[in-house]
Design a protein around this ligand. Structure first.
Ligand SMILES: Cc1cc2nc3c(=O)[nH]c(=O)nc-3n(C[C@H](O)[C@H](O)[C@H](O)COP(=O)(O)OP(=O)(O)OC[C@H]3O[C@@H](n4cnc5c(N)ncnc54)[C@H](O)[C@@H]3O)c2cc1C
Length: 279
């Protein structure tokens, strides 16, 4: 018999999670769809459920001089109304689902779902987000790229809950977010692209690129990025074919009902090229 609990505090939640038998439900916008029944009966869950919606301790957004901390139960819609959240993250969240979905959906759920097409993962990779996990006995901070292991696979232990997401404060001269979906709104990404640069005196001092939905996880390569820092904007533009070739090796999309791999790869590389040429 499946148990369902609605803890009122984080302490109570981690006590329940301790034996590893509970699944956390945040907004339920992924889980309710994954477990749905076709026979118009309620979704079937084969595991105990911990509903996190009463955990007010996880609904904060705070900023200090180093970072912004977003509580894991802050809905995407309320993140959009927070001045302290980086505008780049808000721009991406604005493209997720519809207002009804965003009022329930959380960043923690997007992370926990670990879909290659999870839109918020793209800015979280690009912005060097750290995920803070808590269990009864320990705290862990993990960079997002260490936490996400592959499609629907994360390094979150059964007794852990995501407490918050921390994002270092940083600023860019130019950013470009593009989500390519089957329609303008409420679409799952076929391809997504995020580029960010910081330019000082016509020199590239920071260069970051992230792609979504074209590999098992978001693609971000610090090795490639570092080779294009401390060069002039015009040199970066001249070297864009070489940059494109280096990313081409990393972009390994799949065919599915939304798109095919040739389209995904071509569009991803075109978006990269457009970003660089328009700097
Ligand atoms: C109509 C529709 C449109 C959508 N559009 C988009 C879209 O445009 N882009 C996009 O990326 N996604 C989209 N989604 C998918 C979904 O809304 C997002 O992935 C959302 O972020 C999931 O958040 P949630 O809080 O509802 O997660 P839930 O369904 O509650 O949970 C998802 C997973 O995360 C785990 N989890 C949740 N919170 C925690 C926590 N605090 N600690 C540990 N594990 C946790 C759960 O156990 C589960 O495995 C859409 C879904 C629907 C139904």
């Amino acid at each position: 018999m499946v148990k369902q609990v609605i803890p009122k505090s984080l302490n109570e939640a981690v006590d329940y999670l301790y034996d590893g038998s509970y699944r956390v439900i945040a907004g339920g916008t992924d889980l309710m769809v994954q477990k749905r029944n076709t026979a118009e009966t309620p979704p079937q869950f084969g595991e105990n459920l911990l509903f996190a919606f009463n955990l007010d301790e996880l609904k904060h957004v705070n900023k200090n001089e180093r970072c912004v901390r977003i509580g894991s139960m802050t809905s995407m819609e309320s993140i959009l109304h927070q001045n302290d959240v980086p505008s780049l993250l808000k721009e991406v969240i604005q493209d997720i689902g519809s207002p009804a979905i965003r009022n329930l959906a959380t960043l923690a759920g997007n992370i926990g779902n670990a879909s290659p097409a999870g839109d918020s993962l793209v800015p979280l990779y690009l912005l060097d987000a750290q995920i803070v996990l808590i269990s009864k006995n320990q705290f862990r901070h993990l960079p997002i790229e260490k936490l996400i292991l592959g499609p629907r696979k994360t390094g979150i232990n059964n007794d852990e809950i995501i407490k918050e997401i921390t994002i270092p404060i940083q600023d860019f001269t130019k950013t470009q977010w593009t989500k390519v979906g089957g329609r303008q709104a409420d679409a799952i990404s076929k391809v997504s692209f995020l580029g960010a640069v910081k330019i000082e005196n016509e020199m590239i001092v920071d260069f970051r690129i992230a792609f979504g939905a074209v590999y098992k996880t978001v693609i971000r390569s610090r090795d490639i990025e570092k080779d294009y820092k401390n060069i002039s904007v015009s040199e970066l533009k001249e070297r864009r074919i070489e940059i494109s070739k280096r990313y081409e090796d990393l972009i390994l999309p799949i065919d599915d009902q939304r798109s095919n791999k040739e389209y995904r790869k071509k569009v991803a590389l075109n978006l990269l090229n457009d970003f660089i040429i328009n700097l």
